[in-house]
Design a protein around this ligand. Structure first.
Ligand SMILES: C[S@@+](CC[C@H](N)C(=O)[O-])C[C@H]1O[C@@H](n2cnc3c(N)ncnc32)[C@H](O)[C@@H]1O
Length: 292
């Protein structure tokens, strides 16, 4: 185990290496490793290769929780032979995990060929480069994500972000990073999407609390693929067409019995059953009206 600043390189049970945050006491991609998890959770689940191949114009990806860039780089590598421009928009309130990872590229193994681009991204918060059959334009917003996306009198800088076709959502766990899992955050995120631009967002949690939060924010929500780490994940989208397995009324009937279903309305972790008001709102969601 190597130590530097607030991060460490750790070796996982399958021999791959990943980054561990000492302050959050969490390892990035902790079970199957950075590349395998990013491929299962984002590349395959989003059907990214197929979607990008069929796309005209630039394909916009939001990378929420840039961290050590494993998700973003795995997505770039998977799509590099497709002649479609990628616009990557990354968010993190710290550049330290990436700086740390750039000092350990050999151990991590997934930076191969992208080191210079990422050095520039850390330095300038922006980089553009030719990559395989296409070009990549990459912006890094170094800021607290919930503050950045919250609506404020219509002049929030987030209103100017290019609208995404896909979102890689990868915060630390809700118990340790509750500010990234509140219902108001997902509602702000949903408001920034273009209703005419189909967009899907997988994330590793399958918790009822998360799914209720996403539904109340306006997303359609489905069960997501297993990743090797989790037997089921979650995928949210602004159109039902992007979901293979939308949650249905049998899921809804179980929600009422859950002891941890009420969204986090504030950035403080706790578990609670649904309130009657939340239950009423949930039942009105068009997803359940369309799947009866
Ligand atoms: C699990 S790590 C992301 C790993 C990364 N996606 C990768 O592939 O290496 C979670 C990231 O979320 C970031 N994060 C946590 N809270 C945040 C906040 N309030 N605003 C922006 N980023 C945040 C952390 O700094 C951390 O880099």
């Amino acid at each position: 185990m190597q130590t530097a600043s607030a991060y460490q390189i750790v070796t996982l049970a399958n021999g791959t290496r990943s980054v561990h945050s000492l302050s959050h006491r969490e390892t990035f991609h902790p079970v199957i490793g950075p590349v395998a998890e990013a491929e299962a959770l984002y590349v395959r689940q989003l059907k990214l290769v197929e979607r990008v191949r069929e796309h005209e114009g630039e394909f916009v990806i939001w990378d929420v929780g840039l961290g050590a860039a494993a998700n973003a780089l795995t997505v770039l590598r998977a799509t590099r032979e497709l002649p479609v421009k990628i616009r990557m928009v990354s968010f993190d309130h710290s550049a330290e995990p990436l700086r740390f990872a750039l000092q350990h590229t050999e151990a991590l193994g997934y930076f191969d060929g992208y080191e210079q681009a990422l050095e520039k991204l850390v330095e300038n918060k922006q980089t553009t480069f030719a990559d395989g059959a296409r070009s990549v334009e990459w912006d890094f917003h170094l800021a607290d994500f919930p503050s950045l996306v919250q609506p404020d009198a219509g002049n929030s800088p987030s209103a100017l972000f290019p609208k995404p076709h896909a979102i890689l959502f990868d915060a630390f766990s809700p118990a340790k990073n509750p500010a990234m899992w509140t219902q108001p955050l997902f509602a702000s995120l949903f408001r920034l999407l273009d209703p005419a631009r189909p967009c899907a967002m997988p994330t590793y949690s399958r918790s009822t609390m998360l799914r209720v939060s996403l539904l109340l924010a306006g997303f359609f929500v489905g069960a997501g693929h297993a990743t090797g780490e989790k037997e089921e994940t979650t995928i949210a989208a602004n159109t039902l067409n992007l979901l293979d397995e939308p949650l249905d009324r049998s899921w809804l009937s179980r929600v009422k019995r859950s002891t941890s279903a009420e969204p986090l309305w504030e950035p403080v972790y706790r578990q609670a059953p649904l309130t009657p008001e939340t239950w009423d709102k949930l039942c009105e969601h068009p997803q359940f009206r369309q799947t009866v």
